[in-house]
Each structure stands twice: as structure tokens, then as C-alpha cells.
Design a protein around this ligand. Structure first.
Ligand SMILES: [Zn+2]
Length: 681
């Protein structure tokens, strides 16, 4: 539930104080640890030829000493290995173990130029690192072996990669990144196959020695990650989400997003969120200490989304101790909350779909469409899960009423059929832009795979970049349209940036948004609309029995992420509410920006409120928490649930709650960083 990582550096042995760390692990109530073992540097007396012992090791065994100490504390212990870099003696003995660049040169390490970069898909990993893992497991019988940077450092052109790829696929290694190049497409799949073979080989070898153990490669991510999450979800008993901190314009909810991406394919398996106490910028100040509020907020959003926290610290010798106390505060809080953090299931009814095949074969800015939705759902305080596009079977979609398809361009016929069946069962869809206009290999199709659900056909033309284009809000005098809630006083709003021309298959009774075409944005004298009313619908809303389908043939989500216009936010929020068409799982009203998640545990329900209200929300790092005022929480509990006690975990007090049918209403007086409303049942 609470992980510590101590990654030793080569000169730590004999210099760092193991007792200091063991005391710290105990004080913070950490119950699991990841310790440096071998690969790049061995921190134990290895007997494997060419396995580089720390030059400071002497006769010592710091790994063994730390493992013994952690076991005395009752901690789960996993060993860390890193195979991505090696030394001159290895290069001389086995030149074919070294990665080769596209010019045919063996690669020196970019940051430590006296070292070499290894080939991930050849004998260095398949033979040498297998021997290292076997030795570690034989000596220490650890609970698992974590493998960092195991999947290569860019494409390798070594003799093994050339030959293995040719034998497997008939192609020469690709020289372009174009996913429509047959060799590139084959490589995308072949590389994954090699890595999954490697993973399974390591796992088999380790478990032959110690059956309860596993290897856990450092992998996983969202639509833009390179290894198939569906397969990872099947193979991994647990997984560590290695998104250590935000940088640049990353939003603080990005840690929770990682949790949702992982949970989409790992289900209820435990997922751990690695966070760094330092800054994570391209300049890699690996020994730095971040402002505590920043990493506490990062960890809090992960925990609210079911990540088990894992702090990572490099170097056993402390260069800056300022993080020790804040991590202790955080971990002791989570230790106190432990029963309420053992989640059984989320109560969210909305699923945000992500598609790696769209990322691999269609390309484009997949994450920006997803992030636009993500931000809108956070702002709207709608709890949601993420859904992998290859896991759309009825039982996998059973928890959801509504699926959001953020420009899920590449979909197979079978996937479209699964979505069709979902709607037939009463599910709803909100889809944007080019969703289903390409097949699963990223080849453009003459029409949407989901044209029958959208009620429109693709008319063959895409406007990739619109300037100064608007949407006319078609307010009905009889009945305000739910899609235009909050826009009652807006005659028009901005359009997106890209749109498709479509032809309706049938007359649509309501067309709440119509096109005001682009007109010049310069010279200023020429900036006046040439046409104000076209009647060309820009959103298509259909009721198909209990299911509803909303289709925006433009990039509302991506534009929202880029521009963050509140009018687009309202459309996204309203589209979800209209499509979902049932009482919300939760409503939280009050000031501020909150990530709201709702969970069931064995004997309780919890509502997490993570306070993202901060002038640094969209550009970190956070300097301080800013307390927000009263929040009214109205949560819908499953039928028959009888609350015994309602209390706040951070404020540590009982609150009065009102029961009204299936709803429970309570007031949270304020939220500093992270409050949990716990309902014991
Ligand atoms: Zn290679």
C-alpha cells in the first residue's frame, strides 16, 4: 500500500547508512520497497562474468543487508535491475550486445559517454540479463524483480535486430516513421512481440526458482504508449505507473489519468504510482527536492484514483533532506486511511476510451483529444474511468452508461460492432471528429464505421485548419436544449479548428449548433461574417431506445485542450449529461477545481475530493495549498446500502448526512489538499 524506492548509486556502498533508511521506512510505515540489485551496477557479490560490481563494493553486500532489514520490518521486497547501459569490457567481449544506430555505428551512452547503450531485443537481455535475474532470485528470493529501461533506447539496427526482423516479417528494418509504411507497421508489432517474449522468459526463469515471484517490467501508459496495454494487463500481476512528476504544462490530474489508463486493462490488480520528490524536467536534476505541496498534490491525485503511492529516491547518500518530513506526513496519513484506500470498484458511469492502435497507425495528436475531455470532466466534477478500445466486450462495458470517443479514428469492424451492441443494450456514446473513419491499421475508409449510429455519412472533405469560424446556438423558443445549458445568452460561440463535412442520413429534429463559416480575420475592415445562418448542423444528437448518441464532426475536445474556452467546456459537460440520461453518481457543488472520484470498499464507500484549485494548476509547480470553502456532496448509493457513519478522513470528524431515497447528502466544510468523505456501511 505504501512503497519506498531506494536506488543506490555506484559509490554508495560503504558510504551510505543502511540503518538510516531502515529507520525511515519504519517511521513512515512503508510496507513495500524496491531496492537496487544489478544490471548496470551490482550491489551484491555477483559471480556472473561481466556483471559489473560497484567499484566501492569490496566484500560487502549492501543489497543483502537492506533486504534483511526490510524483511524484519515485514515489508514486501522487490529488486531493481536496469539493463540499458554497459561497459567497455562487455562491448569488447560481445560487440553484438550493443545497440547500433541507423548509420551502423555502435551507440555510446548519451549521458555517460564512457558507457554503451545495449540492444534490448538481442542476447544482452535474452541471455545475460536472464542470468542476472536468476542469480538475484537464487540468492535473495525476493518477491519480485522490477526492470527499469528494459525496452530499448530508440530503434536498434544491430545484426540481431536486422536478422530477427527479416526472418520474422520478410522486411528490412524500417527507415521511416510513417505507420503506413509496411516495414514500420510490421516493426511496431514485431518489437512488441520480442518484448513480450522477453518478459515471459524472465518471468518463467524467475518463477522456476521462486514460484510466488514475478518480474515486473517498467511499462504501460495511454494512447501514445508503444506496448499493447491489453497484453500487459493480462501478463502483469501488478504494475508501477512511472510518471514521477509533472513538468511543463502537465496538469496535476495527469497522475490520476495514469491510474485510469492502467486500470482500464489491469482491472482490480494493484497499481502503484511512482512519484519523485525531485523536479522532473528535461535537465534531469536527479538529486533535487521539489516543493512539498507539489509532490503531495501529485501523490494525492494518484491515491484518489486508486494508485498506491511509491516515492522514489536516487542515491543512498542524502544531498538534500527537505523531502523526508513531507513524505513522512503523507505516508502516515495514508497508513491511517488504509482501510478506505483498499478499493473494490469505482462507481463511475462514464468511460473515456483510449486507443493505442489509433496512436500507432493513425498518429496525430491522440493525447490532446483525450486531455480535452479529461480537463472538461474534471471541471464538471464527473467521475469517470478510462476504457481501452480493445476491451469493449459486454462484461467489460457493463459498469458504464456512457462511452466517450475522443477522435478514436482507427477502429475495426468488430470494434464498431461492439460499440453498436453497447448502444443496443442501452449505452450511450459521445464521439468526436474522425472517430471510426479509419480501419484498425489506420487506412482511411470511404465512410465512418459508425455512420449508422451517428446518423451521418462522411461527405469526403476535411477542413484541417479553420480560422475565425463560429457556431450559431439555435435556441428553441419552446424548450431550451440541454446541450446549450449555460449558453442561453450566447447567440454564437467559437468553432473548433478542424471539421469534417458530413451528410445527414435523416432529418434531425433539433440542430442546436449550426455552422457560421470562416471569414477573413484581417484586415480588420474585412472582419465581418459573410453568412450568419447556414443551417449546417455541427452536432448530431440521436435517441436510439434508451441509448443516446452525440456526434461532433469536429475537434471540440482537442480545441478545448488547446484553448480552454469555457463555451466548449459547457458543450462537453452538457453532452455527457444528455447522453448519460440518468441521475448522476455524484454531484459536488461549491467553489474551486476538484478531482472527484467515488469508490466502494468492502465496508464503506468513499468520495475523494482532491483540491486542484491553484494559480499553478496549469503550470506548476504548486507553491502552497489553497483551502476552498464548503462543498455540498450528493452521492447516489446502490440500493439497499445502509450508512452507519459518515465522516471526513482528513478533517478527522463525523459529519451529519441526510438520506433521501438512494441519495446521501452531506456538507464538507472545506478542503485543503485532499479530503475523503467516508461512508461506513
Ligand atoms: Zn539490436
Amino acid at each position: 500500500m505504501r512503497w519506498a524506492q531506494l536506488t543506490l548509486v555506484e559509490d554508495d556502498p560503504g558510504k551510505f547508512d543502511p540503518k538510516f533508511w531502515l529507520d525511515y521506512f519504519k517511521r513512515i510505515q512503508a510496507d513495500a520497497v524496491c531496492l537496487s540489485a544489478g544490471g548496470c551496477v551490482a550491489y551484491y557479490p555477483t559471480t556472473i562474468p561481466l556483471h559489473h560490481r560497484s567499484a566501492w563494493l569490496g566484500d560487502s553486500d549492501p543489497l543483502g543487508e537492506l533486504i534483511a532489514g526490510c524483511r524484519q520490518l515485514g515489508m514486501v521486497v522487490i529488486a531493481r535491475t536496469d539493463p540499458h547501459a554497459t561497459y567497455d569490457d562487455v562491448q569488447e567481449a560481445h560487440p553484438d550486445w550493443i545497440a547500433v544506430d541507423d548509420a551502423g555505428k555502435r551507440r555510446r551512452h548519451w549521458a555517460s559517454p564512457e558507457m554503451w547503450v545495449t540492444c534490448a531485443l538481442g542476447p544482452y537481455n535474452f541471455e545475460f540479463m536472464t542470468a542476472v535475474k536468476r542469480e538475484i532470485m537464487q540468492r535473495y528470493r525476493v518477491d519480485g524483480i522490477f526492470i527499469n529501461r528494459w525496452d530499448g533506447s530508440g530503434q536498434c539496427y544491430c545484426a540481431h535486430c536486422q536478422e530477427n526482423f527479416r526472418t520474422a516479417t520478410g522486411h528490412e528494418l524500417p527507415r521511416t516513421n510513417n505507420p503506413q509504411d509496411p516495414a514500420r507497421r510490421a516493426y511496431v508489432l514485431w518489437r512488441q512481440q520480442r518484448l513480450f517474449e522477453l518478459w515471459q522468459l524472465w518471468d518463467r526463469e524467475v518463477r522456476a526458482i521462486h514460484p510466488p515471484a514475478h518480474v515486473i517490467p517498467n511499462t504501460g501508459g495511454g494512447a501514445s504508449s508503444s506496448l499493447d496495454m491489453q497484453r500487459i494487463g493480462e501478463l502483469a500481476p501488478t504494475l508501477f505507473a512511472d510518471r514521477q512528476a509533472r513538468r511543463g504544462l502537465a496538469a496535476p490530474w495527469a497522475n490520476g489519468k495514469n491510474a485510469k489508463e492502467f486500470r482500464a486493462t489491469l482491472g482490480r490488480k494493484p497499481i502503484v504510482g511512482i512519484f519523485s520528490v525531485g523536479l522532473e524536467e528535461p535537465y534531469r536534476w536527479k538529486d533535487s527536492v521539489q516543493n512539498p505541496s507539489e509532490f503531495q498534490l501529485w501523490a494525492a491525485d494518484g491515491v484518489a484514483n486508486d494508485l498506491r503511492p511509491w516515492f522514489t529516491k536516487f542515491s543512498g547518500t542524502l544531498h538534500d533532506p527537505r523531502w523526508l518530513k513531507p513524505v513522512e506526513t503523507l505516508y502516515r496519513r495514508y497508513a491511517g486511511w488504509e482501510n478506505y484506500l483498499r478499493n473494490e470498484r469505482p462507481l463511475a458511469r462514464v468511460g473515456l476510451v483510449y486507443s493505442q492502435q489509433t496512436g500507432w497507425f493513425h498518429g496525430g495528436r491522440v493525447e490532446e483529444h483525450i486531455d480535452g475531455w479529461y480537463q472538461a470532466l474534471i471541471e464538471a466534477r464527473i467521475p469517470f474511468e478510462m476504457v481501452h478500445d480493445r476491451l469493449l466486450a459486454p462484461e467489460q462495458l457493463a459498469p458504464f452508461k456512457t462511452l466517450l470517443l475522443p477522435n478514436i479514428a482507427a477502429l475495426s469492424k468488430a470494434q464498431c460492432q461492439q460499440l453498436r451492441a453497447f448502444v443496443q443494450r442501452g449505452g450511450s456514446l459521445v464521439a468526436t471528429h474522425e472517430t471510426s473513419l479509419y480501419d484498425e491499421w489506420g487506412a482511411k475508409q470511404p465512410n465512418f464505421g459508425l455512420a449508422d449510429l451517428f446518423g451521418v455519412d462522411y461527405a469526403g472533405q476535411t477542413h484541417a485548419r479553420m480560422q475565425n469560424t463560429y457556431l450559431r446556438c439555435e435556441h428553441s423558443t419552446a424548450q431550451p436544449h440541454p446541450l446549450l445549458r449555460g449558453l442561453e445568452d450566447a447567440p454564437r460561440i467559437i468553432h473548433g479548428v478542424a471539421r469534417l463535412e458530413v451528410t445527414p442520413r435523416e432529418p434531425f429534429s433539433s440542430m442546436p449548433l449550426t455552422l457560421i463559416p470562416s471569414y477573413p480575420d484581417l484586415p480588420m475592415e474585412k472582419v465581418y461574417p459573410r453568412t450568419t445562418k447556414t443551417g449546417v448542423a455541427q452536432v448530431f444528437l440521436r435517441e436510439l431506445g434508451p441509448g443516446r448518441v452525440a456526434f461532433f464532426p469536429w475537434d471540440i475536445d482537442r480545441t478545448f485542450w488547446e484553448v480552454l474556452c469555457v463555451d466548449h467546456f459547457k458543450l462537453l459537460r452538457n453532452a455527457v449529461a444528455w447522453a448519460t440520461n440518468e441521475p448522476p453518481v455524484i454531484e459536488v457543488s461549491g467553489p474551486g477545481m476538484l478531482d472527484v472520484t467515488v469508490w466502494q470498499q468492502r465496508h464503506s464507500f468513499t468520495v475523494h475530493l482532491v483540491n486542484l484549485t491553484n494559480p499553478m494548476m496549469m503550470k506548476g509547480p504548486v507553491r502552497e495549498f489553497i483551502r476552498i470553502g464548503e462543498q455540498q456532496v450528493r452521492v447516489r448509493l446502490p440500493a439497499g446500502v445502509k450508512p452507519r457513519r459518515v465522516h471526513l478522513l482528513a478533517a478527522n470528524k463525523t459529519v451529519r448526512a441526510k438520506r433521501d431515497g438512494e441519495f446521501l447528502t452531506a456538507t464538507v466544510p472545506s478542503v485543503l489538499d485532499h479530503e475523503v468523505l467516508a461512508i461506513d456501511v
